[in-house]
Design a protein around this ligand. Structure first.
Ligand code: C2E
Ligand code: MG
Ligand code: MG
Length: 707
């Protein structure tokens, strides 16, 4: 044999495929051992025989005639031919054929491979790619694929898909105690159980026909050491889901026997349900994982349902936080300033710095819309420092203009409670060494101080040494006790606006404000009323002993550059001056409130004329003794001012009002709106006369009270 011949013989010998060499007439010249294994014909049987020695099973597919024609025409052919082996068994073949010209006669080289074996190999590769070797369950790759299909199907069919992530509890202990071999066997047993949980006929796909990606439905997959994912698709409702989940918990917790030893493990389950959680496959699995973690936190051997809404909120919050961080970097925050004044002497005592967000798209955003979202993040500390620095700079700028204004800034609880708070204040102050003492005030919420009395007390004392004073903001809403007030050395109490708002018409609020003012004076604190919206509220506060006030009735918060002009033009309300120096008594207070009662009555009637339901009772409308003003007039008023002509003059105007009122209501009831409106104008004139007369009476009472 020549070298080439030896090489050829070796090649033929070691090939797994069947190899035939045919002559120009397609007779077998050589047949290797692979051919014998495949088709069952020995070499001696085959040599010299035509290729048709191998019978073809069916005549509807390719056959050797086709092969011959192709080889003669083009010199090569490849295809599948369903043949029969020598023993008659089916032999599907993958055939490749090539004509070799050159030298003497032409030769044909044919290779034959068993199609079944090829498919088996493919399946094996697929098995490795899509299934977990240990439990033979689908792996993560196949899982994602199936989940995507299940989602698509659920979308079409309006059904639910649950993604259940199961993590065994304390499984590491099993591995550590009994070794990995036992651990693996336990995992295999549990995998088998889990597979059984899914509906019959729709169980786990391991069988070759059910190729990856071709089927939707339920699936159990192993996605980590002791982590499995169960997808229960096409659920009609949440009750069914609960059944599945409970079944998984029960089944997992049943003891497993391995080598005569009993093992009991439990599992923690995280569940999320599409479309309530309308995320993609990957995200659903991640959400189930998050929920599983919560089930562990809650004590294991249970399930936790992912809360898509809460997650969405958390997501929105994270985004907002990020946006606010950016806002701080981009200098989008601004401070507005609201004056605090002394009602009695009409002086401006300082400004409160109030944060706003100058949003490029939304305009000016109030702090209530964004601060609550950062309160529990360290960003509030950064914002707080920015506010303090900006306010200090503003104070310096005003001083340069000859305006010596104190400024108070609000401090968030998180900021106040940090160990380095005083250091931070010190750093901010360092830039303004010539700032007089007492000009910077820090407002802290009563509630945030209560919870950390000792710390807050120390902070206040250390800041006091730096010349900074403290105010307890929103006082009255935090339910501070007397003991607590004694402990917290804040110089100022700011009465919360919710109480101030209703001092004129809610006796409880009046009592509360009175109480706070008394308390402040007993503890020698300064008291400031927030939310003063009307001059009358101011008068009452003064009378109660609170001269300092802040509120829309004085000025709304304004940009820093408007402050100097505002201060220059500020004139206190004449009513304050009127009452400021007079020793008028609390018993005269109802006289102030009377005008409010009358105004309210008129407003209700006016609203009725414009179409709303009448908010006055029949008696209140018709009888001038029965409205609130009337109650005062014929009761307290008559007893106290009955002698005064200014008081007497009110009576006839007021009874005219009550003649006109029912007339207007009548016109309105008969659909005569225009006439009703005309009469209403007369009523408004009467109202002005009443207010005039009341004002005259008030002046008399204030200056020469009969006593
Ligand atoms: P606050 O410190 O109690 O400030 C008073 C709030 O009441 C301000 O609202 C002010 O505009 C409003 N106000 C003042 N007078 C009246 C009035 O007569 N009627 C009514 N209805 N409201 C009045 P604003 O500016 O929206 O601030 C709300 C809260 O946000 C503040 O309440 C404070 O707790 C917080 N805040 C504002 N700026 C900052 C800041 O720089 N840092 C911190 N941590 N919190 C701030
Ligand atoms: Mg405040
Ligand atoms: Mg407040």
């Amino acid at each position: 044999m020549t070298g080439d011949a030896t090489l050829l013989a070796g090649l033929l010998e070691c090939s797994h495929d069947g190899i035939l060499i045919l002559d120009a007439d397609f007779r077998i010249l050589e047949a290797n051992r692979g051919f014998q294994r495949l088709a069952g014909y020995g070499t001696a049987e085959a040599l010299g025989r035509p290729i048709d020695l191998i019978a073809v099973e069916a005549d509807d597919g390719a056959n050797f005639d086709e092969l011959r024609t192709a080889l003669q025409a083009s010199g090569h052919w490849a295809g599948e031919i369903r043949c029969l082996a020598k023993d008659g068994s089916p032999l599907p073949l993958s055939v490749r054929a090539l004509r070799i010209d050159g030298g003497g006669d032409a030769r044909h080289l044919i290779t034959l491979a068993n199609l079944d074996q090829i498919h088996d190999a493919e399946r094996q590769i697929q098995q490795l790619a899509y299934y977990d070797y240990l439990t033979e369950l689908p792996n993560r790759v196949l899982l994602s694929d199936r989940l995507e299909q299940a989602i698509a199907a659920a979308r079409r069919g309006n059904q639910l898909v649950a993604v259940i992530l199961l993590d065994l509890d304390h499984f590491k202990a099993v591995n550590d105690h009994y070794g990995h071999a036992i651990g693996d066997r336990l995992l295999r047993k549990l995998a088998k159980r889990l597979r059984g949980i899914l509906r019959a006929g729709d169980t786990v796909a391991r069988v070759p026909e059910q190729e990856a990606g071709k089927r939707q439905g339920d699936i159990v997959a192993r996605v980590g050491g002791d982590e499995f994912v169960v997808i229960a698709s096409a659920l009609p409702n949440m009750d069914t889901l609960e059944d599945v989940v409970n079944r998984i918990l029960t089944l997992t917790a049943q003891p497993c026997e391995i080598d005569g030893r009993k093992f009991t493990v439990t599992a923690s389950l995280g569940v999320t349900v599409f479309p309530f959680d309308s995320a993609d496959a990957e995200t659903l699995i991640r959400h189930a994982d998050q929920a599983m973690y919560e089930a562990k936190q809650d004590g294991r051997n249970r399930y936790h349902l992912f809360d898509a809404q809460r997650d969405q909120q958390a997501h929105t919050r994270r985004q907002l936080l990020e946006r606010l961080r950016q806002a701080l970097r981009n200098e989008e925050f601004v401070l507005h300033y609201q004056p605090k004044v002394n009602l009695r002497n009409g002086r401006v005592i300082g400004m409160e710095a109030l944060l706003r967000w100058q949003h490029p798209g939304k305009g000016l955003v109030p702090p209530g819309d964004f601060l609550p979202h950062v309160e529990h993040d360290d960003l509030i500390v950064e914002i707080g420092e920015w506010v303090a620095r900006r306010a200090l700079r503003q104070m310096a700028a005003w001083r340069d203009l000859g305006l010596d204004l104190g400024v108070s800034v609000n401090v968030a609880a998180r900021q106040l409670l940090r160990g380095d708070f005083v250091d931070c204040v010190r750093r901010c102050l360092a830039d303004h060494p010539d700032l007089p003492r007492g000009r910077l005030e820090l407002e802290i919420l009563e509630s945030s101080a209560i919870e950390n009395t000792a710390h807050v007390r120390q902070v206040i004392q250390e800041c006091e040494a730096l010349g900074i004073r403290f105010a307890l903001d929103d006082f009255g809403t935090g339910y501070a006790s007397l003991t607590y007030l004694k402990e917290i050395p804040a110089e100022v109490l700011k009465i919360d606006q919710s109480f101030v708002r209703h001092i004129l018409d809610e006796s409880d609020d009046l009592a509360l404000v009175e109480g706070v003012i008394g308390l402040a004076s007993a503890f020698r604190r300064i008291v400031v009323a927030e939310g003063v919206e009307t001059a009358e509220q101011g008068v009452l506060l003064m009378r109660l002993g609170c001269d300092l006030a802040q509120g829309y009735g004085i000025a709304r918060p304004m940009p820093a550059d408007q402050v100097p002009a505002w201060v220059a033009q500020f004139k206190p309300d004449p009513q304050w001056a009127l009452w400021a120096d007079t020793p008028w008594e609390m018993v005269d207070f109802p006289l102030l409130v009377a005008q409010y009662d009358h105004l309210k009555w008129v407003r209700r009637l006016a609203m009725h004329v414009e179409g709303s339901q009448l908010q006055l009772g029949r008696e209140e409308l018709n009888d001038h003794h029965q409205c609130r003003f009337g109650h005062w007039y014929y009761g307290h008023g008559m007893a106290r001012y009955g002698e005064l002509a200014e008081f007497r003059a009110l009576e006839s105007i007021h009874s005219d009002v009550h003649r006109l009122g029912p007339e207007i209501a009548e016109l309105r009831a008969h659909g005569k709106s225009d006439e009703a409106r005309a009469r209403l104008r007369d009523l408004l004139t009467l109202k002005d006369r009443i207010l005039d007369q009341l004002s005259r009476l008030q002046t008399v009472v204030a200056h020469k009270h009969p006593g």
